[in-house]
Design a protein around this ligand. Structure first.
Ligand code: AOF
Ligand code: ZN
Length: 396
């Protein structure tokens, strides 16, 4: 069958809905960012909105409420464009399909099917039964890209993992004793800090906490986005951490989680149980190495400075990998004299020779099949464990 080509107006309105959805990125977990726009029968925009926070109204409801303000009489017969398929059962909020029916919207156009098994492709029948025309898959790839962390989390219980590294040309993350500690430039570091806006949690290893005493907070340009301080997560074997570290004493100390004696995959699953959909791993080399060795990295941002340190801590420890890992959709971004390489690791399929060849432990060998293809999610549809209540946070 020939691929469906969306009509130009549908794609245009969906593009606007996507722009709205972007405003919710980093704010909505464990819900996805979603945008919606309502167009009257005459072709005028009469309402728009986006989902701002889990527990608050979904994008469709925000857009309908917006239309209610001045254009309520134009709602019957209108079309709603929404980046995600409307939900069809009550969750923290009522089913969007019901409100859509109640206000007389005549046509629903959505981008991505909802990967939440409670809703996947259910809207066709629910809305169709009320005589509402439903068109799915408009700008589907872009709309799926928007919700990649949510998709991984809802289907596996494991958060989306972004690895961020800042290193010298010779792969070091520390400079010789007596020198300033920064490797990458001011502008590269503030560029990297913007990744925190997408994160629900920032994860580091105990060695980084002990040696760098980082704050891992949102600051400068980041304030004003309405984003809560991301969780700060420390992975430790011994549990021995300095009690006077910034993360345990500053104004956000309640946003610090210590995970002791967990493998990297188990730590991720624990964060997933807490409703964390996106984890930014900020180092050091040991924890970055664990993330790669367990094949749990979905996205990479690698900053490189034009400096040769000669010695110091390496950016990635604990290999070997099962094979070399290429980055898909790689981009190279110069930031003055520093450079940032981004991309999506392409992991070998579980069960291929490359994986068997690796000396991987039982624990590390168990991840679900992964592909970081920006538009494909071959994650097995498992019953998410994420709705179980999480144990109390251990903060030392
Ligand atoms: C939509 N529009 O804007 C979003 C949707 O607990 P609730 O009521 O917030 O429902 C959460 C689920 O709703 C979430 O897992 C996902 O399937 C869907 N998110 N749906 O129609 C939205 N954010
Ligand atoms: Zn909804």
């Amino acid at each position: 069958m020939a691929a469906r080509i969306p009509s130009i107006p549908d794609a245009r309105w969906m593009g606007q809905a996507l722009d709205l959805a972007k405003r919710g990125v980093g704010l909505t977990s464990p819900n996805p960012p979603v945008g919606a726009i309502i167009v009257s029968a005459e072709g005028a925009v009469i309402g728009s909105g986006y989902h701002r926070k889990a527990g608050m109204p979904h994008a469709e409801i925000v857009a309908i409420d917006d239309a209610m303000q001045l254009n309520s009489r134009l709602l019957p017969g209108s079309t709603i464009y929404v980046t995600l398929e409307p939900c069809s059962t009550q969750g923290r909020t009522p089913a969007c399909t019901q409100t859509i029916k109640d206000v007389g919207i005549r046509r629903v156009v959505f981008g991505a099917a909802d990967p939440n098994p409670l809703h996947t492709n259910k809207s066709y029948a629910v809305l169709g039964a009320a005589g509402i025309q439903v068109t799915g898959g408009v700008l589907e790839e872009e709309c799926q890209d928007m919700i990649r962390p949510f998709t991984k989390w809802i289907m596996t219980g494991v958060p989306w993992v972004i690895a961020k590294v800042g290193q010298s040309l010779d792969g070091r993350i520390t400079r010789p004793p007596g020198e300033p500690s920064w490797i990458t430039s001011d502008s590269a570091r503030s560029h990297a800090r913007r990744l925190r806006l997408r994160a629900d949690a920032i994860l580091i290893g105990a060695e980084t906490l002990r040696k760098d005493n980082p704050r891992l907070t949102l600051r400068d340009a980041d304030v004003g986005t309405g984003k809560e301080q991301p969780w700060r997560v420390v992975l430790t074997r011994s549990g021995r951490l300095p009690a006077d570290a910034h993360m345990f004493t500053d104004e956000f100390k309640d946003r610090t989680i210590v995970l002791a004696n967990l493998s990297f995959p188990d730590a991720l699953r624990e964060l997933g149980r807490r409703g964390i959909c996106t984890v930014l791993v900020e180092g050091g080399g040991i924890v970055i190495g664990q993330a790669f060795q367990s094949q749990e990295v979905d996205e990479v941002h690698w900053y490189i400075a034009p400096r040769i340190c000669g010695s110091g801590r390496p950016s990635l420890v604990g290999l070997p990998l099962p094979c070399s890992i290429p980055l898909e959709h790689a981009k190279v971004l110069p930031i003055a004299d520093n450079v940032c390489i981004t991309g999506y690791p392409v992991w070998p399929e579980v069960g291929t020779d490359a994986v068997h060849a690796a000396s991987r432990t039982e624990e590390v060998a168990s991840p679900l099949p992964q592909s970081a293809s920006p538009s494909g999610y071959p994650f097995a549809g498992q019953t998410p464990s994420v709705f179980q209540s999480a144990p109390p946070i251990k903060v030392s």
